[in-house]
Design a protein around this ligand. Structure first.
Ligand code: S3P
Length: 429
């Protein structure tokens, strides 16, 4: 599918409720599936990635049903999972495969995990390596570096894993395996990654110890079913925040957006770049803080982004790159090599597609450099099957001189199925 986006005649105005957080939705389904009893999820993201998680957990014998706007899970716990009679297909979802690998490493049966062409290129050694240290039997193409992954779960022992990267998928995978291991499992990261696993495991009755950049869990603890209310995804909100900031005469209100501090780098950067952002109505959905975000058009300036900020906004860098094309001065994004192993190589895809539209952008070994403001012209660009590249390119169409056609927009359904609906709603006068 392709979409033609026409430059906006008037500003974006109005209020939308952002769909559920992808990271939290995955965890709610996985943790509910290994918890004893009933778990009720509201605000679940019915995006392609989270639906892949639901399909995989059903294949493992868990009862998951939709009841109105709720997802209801019934399970007899981790030990109740059953050997799947077919391969588990995670589609495009890195979170599904990496977290599920941790659960399967401690489940006493065999399973095979596969995904789409993008998953086949993404590094799996970052989870298979540490899982082997816990004594798990895990293998895959190129000695466990890539899918398909083969896992025979078994008797694990806790370890202290010092991760070379700040990755919540790696951390969560090891902690989930640690739940079924003897003794203590600890993960230490170079910078703190998103902590939804730590927060949600506690809602399910598991004791988790957090000490600065280290997280520990005692094996043998059981999860008890609970209610999970999923906040709006700040990573999806980011696209509308950027849209509101760069389009003339705009004022956009986004309700119930998750503002977990491990995810709010985008808000810090927006403010730093001169964004007219206000945060109100702060409250909690379970263990997760949420708020209403208001954004208005403003004059923007370039900035430098790197270090501990990167894991707090890694998924928002494509949207930030669009912001930077309209900001006065130079924006430098550094320490962001992880972008190369996302759904696409997001340094290459963003640089090539933005250049196509006339932006002043260069790739660097660990990120990109963007000089603005530059008017963007019309043309045809491609998401390359990456939801966040697709949405970033659509934003360009709102401010370009002529219309922009974005190819492969189906990918957007991975995280924000009603993205174009929301854009249309905000552009109606
Ligand atoms: C995620 C963690 C991040 C993020 C991804 C979702 C998660 O990946 O980019 O979209 O739900 O744990 P990494 O763990 O690879 O940094």
């Amino acid at each position: 599918m392709e979409q033609k986006i026409q430059p906006l005649k008037n500003g974006l105005r109005g209020m939308v409720t952002i769909p559920g957080d992808k990271s939290i939705s995955h965890r709610a389904v996985m943790f509910g599936s290994i918890a004893k009893g009933t778990t009720e999820i509201t605000g679940f993201l019915k995006g392609e990635d989270c639906l892949s998680t639901v399909r995989c957990m059903k294949q493992l014998g868990v009862s998951i049903v939709e009841d109105g706007d709720k997802i209801i899970i019934e399970s007899s716990g981790l030990k109740g999972l059953k050997e799947p009679d077919a391969v588990l297909d995670v589609g495009n979802s890195g979170t599904t495969i990496r977290l599920l690998a941790g659960i399967l490493a401690t489940s006493p049966f065999s399973s095979i995990l596969v995904g789409d062409d993008s998953i086949a290129k993404r590094p799996m050694g970052r989870v298979t390596g540490p899982l082997k240290m816990l004594n798990a039997t895990v293998d895959g193409r190129e000695h466990g570096q890539y899918t398909p992954l083969f896992i025979r779960g078994g008797d694990l022992r806790g370890v202290h894993y010092v991760s070379p990267i700040a990755s919540a998928q790696v951390k969560s995978s090891i902690l989930l395996a640690g739940l079924g291991a003897r003794g203590t499992t600890t993960v230490t990261e170079p910078y703190r990654s998103r902590d939804h696993t730590e927060r949600m495991l506690q809602s399910f009755g598991v004791e988790v110890n957090v000490d600065d950049r280290s997280v520990s869990i005692e094996g043998g603890q059981t999860l008890t079913g609970t209610m999970v209310k999923v906040p709006g995804d700040i990573s999806s909100a980011a696209f509308l925040l950027v849209a509101g900031a760069i389009t003339e005469d705009s004022e956009v209100v986004l309700k119930d957006v998750g503002i977990n501090p491990t995810r709010t780098g985008i808000l810090d950067v927006l403010k730093e770049m001169g964004g007219d952002l206000t945060i109100s109505d702060e409250t909690l959905f379970g263990e997760e803080p949420v708020a209403t975000l208001h954004i208005k058009t403003s004059k923007l300036v370039g900035t430098t982004i790197g270090g501990e900020l990167i894991p707090r906004l890694i998924d928002e860098i494509p949207a930030i790159a669009i912001l930077a094309t309209q900001a006065h001065g130079t924006t430098i994004i550094k320490d962001a090599e992880e972008l190369k192993v996302k759904e696409t190589n997001r340094i290459d895809t963003m640089v090539s597609q933005l250049k196509e539209l006339g932006a002043n952008i260069e790739a660097t070994p660990d990120g990109m450099r963007i000089i603005g403001p530059t008017p963007l012209h019309g043309g045809t660009v491609d998401s390359f099957g990456d939801h966040r590249i697709g949405m970033s390119m659509a934003l360009c169409g709102l401010i370009s001189a002529d219309s922009i056609t974005v190819k492969n927009t189906d990918a957007i359904a991975v995280s924000y199925p009603n993205f174009f609906e929301h854009l249309n709603l905000l552009s109606e006068k």
